[in-house]
Design a protein around this ligand. Structure first.
Ligand SMILES: Nc1nc2c(ncn2[C@@H]2O[C@H](COP(=O)(O)OP(=O)(O)OP(=O)(O)O)[C@@H](O)[C@H]2O)c(=O)[nH]1
Ligand SMILES: [Mg+2]
Ligand SMILES: [Zn+2]
Length: 365
């Protein structure tokens, strides 16, 4: 009996989730290795896992919509936000060498002149970032998978069904019930006849999930629609443009050195409230103006998927990729560096949305 009582109080070995495949790991070996995906678990993650739960942010969208550029601008803005003029007592760091390198690369990129390279199709290792002691949201380990856009074009999934790449993509989509879908509306309006409409992306998403055996309607899925390159959208409603331009964090970042007052931490609840109100306004705008926007929402509704909206702008000017230049547009060269055209407006909103959804505060329907 005593032995039984003692066993009740004996501490169970701590179990944490593998940040790569969500497998439940019991912390016994050191260094810790996942027995399902066979990856080494970074020490920085396992040490913080109990205080910084995982937050997955898979990003999908056609090629050239600005997924990687958004990641760079997010990383630069988080670096600022956790610095002396930002949240002050919060920390932002890469969990492994690979993610730390991205933070350094993003900083170096500001001094460069050219465009980014397109992302390779084979999904690589996700980036892992530790965000410690944020106001309102506490600590999280961000898992960021920058998926290439190419598989969303030209029936790629049908043509590449049995490849390793397709299997990895499908797994990403099946495993993550919340995804971010990035769209560049102005590019969609300007390109002629490539068949891209917002609805066609969600239709492919539905097809891929169905082929993988998912019963979407029963899964309480969520999509965060992120409109990228927003400053470029010519017919954006004035209230939405005003919201974009009035980003208090971007403003703080661009203020002169002499102003040392930090970002208003108490204001984060207001920020989140405004962001949610803007989501409703964006929904209306998308329904009326975006190619395939109305049908996108109908498809989402039929699939029982909750949709929220936000908008971002990383750059004030586009620097086209060599292979993606349209035949009649002159190739635009950048006279200065990326730093000169860094806009970084509302680039934190998708992250704040993910945090709000994770907290269960974002549910409105
Ligand atoms: N004006 C403007 N241009 C942008 C913005 N973000 C990205 N771009 C341009 O869009 C191009 C493509 O951006 P990427 O981030 O590489 O696109 P991607 O979605 O990662 O594309 P893939 O990796 O091929 O799937 C860049 O060369 C930028 O010049 C933005 O916020 N505003
Ligand atoms: Mg990319
Ligand atoms: Zn694993």
């Amino acid at each position: 009996m005593l032995k039984y009582m003692a066993s009740l109080f004996k501490r169970k070995p701590k179990s944490i989730a593998c940040p790569y495949c969500k497998n439940s790991l019991v912390q016994q070996t050191s260094p810790l290795v996942c027995d399902r995906c066979e990856r080494d678990i970074p020490r920085e993650y396992s040490d913080n896992a109990s205080v910084a739960p995982l937050l997955y942010m898979p990003v999908i969208g056609w090629t050239n919509v600005g997924k990687t550029m958004w990641l760079y601008s997010l990383v630069r803005t988080l670096d600022f936000l956790t610095g002396p003029k930002g949240w002050k007592n919060s920390e932002f760091s890469g969990v492994d060498a690979y993610s730390r390198d991205l933070i350094i690369e993003a900083k170096k990129y500001e001094g460069k002149k050219g465009p980014l390279d397109g992302t390779a199709v084979l999904p690589g290792t996700p980036f892992l970032f530790l965000l410690k002691d944020m106001p309102r949201w506490g600590s999280r380990t961000l898992v960021f998978q920058d998926l290439a856009g190419e598989p969303w074009h030209n029936q790629w999934f049908d043509k590449n069904k049995d490849t390793k790449e397709a299997a990895l993509y499908r797994q990403q989509l099946v495993d993550n019930k919340s995804v971010m879908m990035l769209f560049s509306i102005q590019d969609m309006l300007e390109s002629t006849g490539d068949g891209h409409s917002m609805n066609s992306l969600i239709e492919t998403y539905r097809q891929v999930l169905r082929d993988a055996g998912s019963h979407i309607e029963a899964e309480k899925r969520r999509i965060l629609v992120v409109l990228t390159k927003s400053a470029k959208i010519k017919r954006l409603a004035p209230n939405l443009l005003e919201y974009l331009q009035a980003d208090p964090i971007a403003r703080k970042r661009n203020e002169t050195e002499s102003d040392t007052t930090p970002v208003d931490i108490a204001g984060m609840a207001d920020y989140a409230g405004r962001m949610k109100a803007v989501s409703d306004q964006l929904k209306e705008w998308v329904t009326a103006e975006a190619p395939g926007g109305n049908r996108f929402l109908t498809t989402a509704k039929n699939l029982n998927v909750t949709v929220d909206f936000c908008l971002t702008s990383s750059l004030t000017q586009t620097i086209e990729r060599r292979n993606q230049q349209s035949p009649n547009s002159a190739r635009r060269e950048l006279s200065g560096t990326i730093r000169d055209i860094w806009h970084c407006k509302r680039v934190l909103d998708p992250l704040f949305w993910a945090l709000e959804m994770h907290n269960g505060r974002g549910h409105r329907r």
